[in-house]
Design a protein around this ligand. Sequence first.
Ligand code: NAI
Length: 271
Amino acid sequence: MSNNLLKGKKGIIFGALDEKSIAWKTALKCHEEGAQLVLTNAPVALRMGEINKLAAACSNAPVIGADVTSMDDLKNLFEKSIEHFGGKIDFVLHSIGMSLNVRKNKHYTEMNYEWNQKTLDISAMSLHKVLRTAWDLDALNESASVVALTYIAAQRVFPDYNEMADAKSLLESVTRMFGYYYGIKKKVRVNTISQSPTRTTAGSGVKGFDGFISYAEKMSPLGNASGEDCANYCVVMFSDLTKMVTMQNLFHDGGFSFTGVTQAVIEQMEK
Ligand code: NAI
């Protein structure tokens, strides 16, 4: 059911790899709510070709490749998007994460620092680069909304999350810092949504994910939030209903973040 919450709005969605991706589900919801979209991902991800199915389902939204670490790619993306829309942009979803040390099974205490630089660049400083590009081109409309996806390992230790914990902390800091400046300049809102563990390509890359997702389910009064639930929350954050929300890390995790223990976990421990 559509409430036309994004009617007339124009947005860029980063990070739809396949139909499990949170960005994929968010693009579909935004389209359903009346938004016009441009889809983007790294050129290597586009070669999989999956994203063309999503584009077709979103009224043939253009797909523009951009490595999020490249300022040239980002400039091209924003310029082409403005040209396509015939105007500025109302919302951006940053749904990007990649850890080289996790991918290559390097323990946190034995981190390869060159890989770590790349991880921080792709997963955190890329938000700065996206915002900086929009800022330099004056590409966003007044009260535009930018959302990046994050995880609670930025605040608490989840050992197997490895260097991504540091990347998410940096991402959340960039959200606050750039959110401050962009709020003053143009009332642009910048927030992170801290999502429950979700079965996607990036999510499943974390060691022990299966045990962990069941633990989170048991530790959340509402259970884990699904990718579809996250997409709905993104729509609300892109809508005019949240115009005064900025610089926040918004937990979207069924209550996990504020739960010390649940009866279900106690019973499990007593077995
Ligand atoms: P996903 O694997 O579907 O999405 C990650 C995306 O990042 C992919 O589309 C990939 O192509 C893109 N990407 C990687 N390097 C890039 C680059 N250099 N330039 C442009 N794009 C690049 O996985 P998912 O889970 O949908 O991830 C989306 C976001 O949600 C990430 O920030 C992730 O950390 C976050 N998140 C995921 C959770 C989970 O359990 N799946 C939980 C909490 C947050």
